[in-house]
Design a protein around this ligand. Structure first.
Ligand code: FAD
Length: 323
């Protein structure tokens, strides 16, 4: 079994969730309730997405602050560097650290869609890859806290100085079926290794639909020298429209079984059941194959992801019975 992102404190595998910042006030209210329900299963962290180019910066920070102030859950901020100068990226990281956020998912982000096809790298900015953002996050953190979380230099057991209140993660993305722009899977594994060398201590995968895609990717990554935990990212998809949209966004081809199943099933409840059953099977299979935990894409709803966890026995016993 792989080493997890957290020390094994409970018999169940570590779980984590992804949210996106709400666009309206009513969605924000609903998200507060979703977060409270997700927090009940004591996730290792909850991550909040970030619009490439900074379009959601303030809204992402609001959700992260809510997590910090109203829950015990570690907030993880997605950050993208596409289109940024070094100075802008530096300011962004500082701003999040100032807000009390110490865990990040460092991403390059997608360049704007209207970029000149003859020069696809034109909109990338000064940081060319997520690995450079990982380095920058570490550098900014060190500049702010030159003594880090260690003991007084050279004095074993001396009082901790500058201790951060929460664990610090610098996570990065991994692509079990390949990034849409990469030439082959070898390139994706090289990119992941480069991100680990830059200082990443956790990888979270893009969604995938077959356990073997994840397990084979992990095996290849290990053979190439990647040692950080690779958390499988899984999403219960419960409507045909959402599946179509996800396929468009990620380029990951869904299995015909799920795609056709959702298309031909007229009853929304039965569609939901299909999506949950598929995701629960996938979660069970990757955990059986040694995954260090599971990261669930929530689409800002708690019902489906909690049901998936319940089915694989990955919710906290006490909170599950209280629900
Ligand atoms: P990188 O790791 O820098 O890689 C980009 C491309 O360059 C890949 O094709 C890679 O193979 C190649 N590459 C990079 N370095 C090397 C190297 N050393 N050698 C060879 N090839 C290399 N986007 C958002 O805008 N906001 C979000 O909140 C967000 N959250 C995400 C969460 C997860 C879990 C995942 C999987 C993706 C997320 N994305 C998000 C999408 C992501 O920004 C895009 O996939 C983007 O195109 C690539 O970002 P990256 O961090 O993987 O880039």
């Amino acid at each position: 079994t792989e080493q997890g992102p957290d020390s094994p404190t409970a018999s169940r595998p570590p779980v984590s969730f992804e949210l996106f910042p709400p666009r309206t006030d009513s969605a924000a209210l609903a998200l507060g309730r979703t977060i409270d329900r997700l927090a009940e299963v004591r996730p290792a962290f909850i991550s909040v997405t970030f619009g490439a180019g900074g379009s959601t910066r303030d809204r992402s920070l609001t959700v992260l602050r809510y997590l910090l102030e109203h829950t015990e859950v570690e907030p993880m901020a997605h950050l993208t560097c596409v289109g940024s100068t070094h100075a802008e990226a530096n300011r962004l990281v500082r701003e999040f650290l100032d807000a009390g956020i110490t865990s990040f998912l460092a991403l390059r982000g997608d360049p704007p869609a209207d970029v000149d096809p003859a020069d696809p790298d034109a909109g990338l900015g000064e940081l060319r890859s997520a690995a450079e953002l990982v380095q920058l996050i570490h550098r900014v953190q060190e500049e702010r806290e030159p003594f880090g979380t260690t003991t007084v230099s050279g004095v074993p057991g001396a009082a901790r100085i500058g201790a951060r209140p929460r664990p610090e993660r610098v996570a990065v993305a991994a692509f079990p079926t390949g990034h849409p722009r990469s030439r082959n899977l070898g390139q994706d594994i090289d990119a992941l290794l480069a991100k680990e060398i830059a200082g990443a201590n956790l990888a979270i995968t893009q969604l995938f639909w077959h356990a073997d895609h994840y397990l084979d990717f992990v095996e290849r990554a290990r053979a190439a020298g990647v040692t950080i935990p690779i958390l499988p990212g899984i999403m219960p998809v419960t409507t045909p429209a959402r599946l179509a949209r996800l396929t468009e966004l990620t380029g990951v081809i869904p299995p015909a079984e799920l795609e056709i199943g959702l298309e031909v099933e007229p009853d929304p409840d039965a569609q939901t059941e299909l999506g949950i059953a598929y995701a629960a099977r996938l979660v069970g299979d990757v955990l059986a194959g040694g995954a260090p935990g599971v990261h669930l894409y929530t689409f800002n709803r708690h019902e489906a992801v909690l049901e998936v966890l319940e089915r694989v026995g990955a919710t906290d016993e006490r909170t599950a019975s209280e629900r």
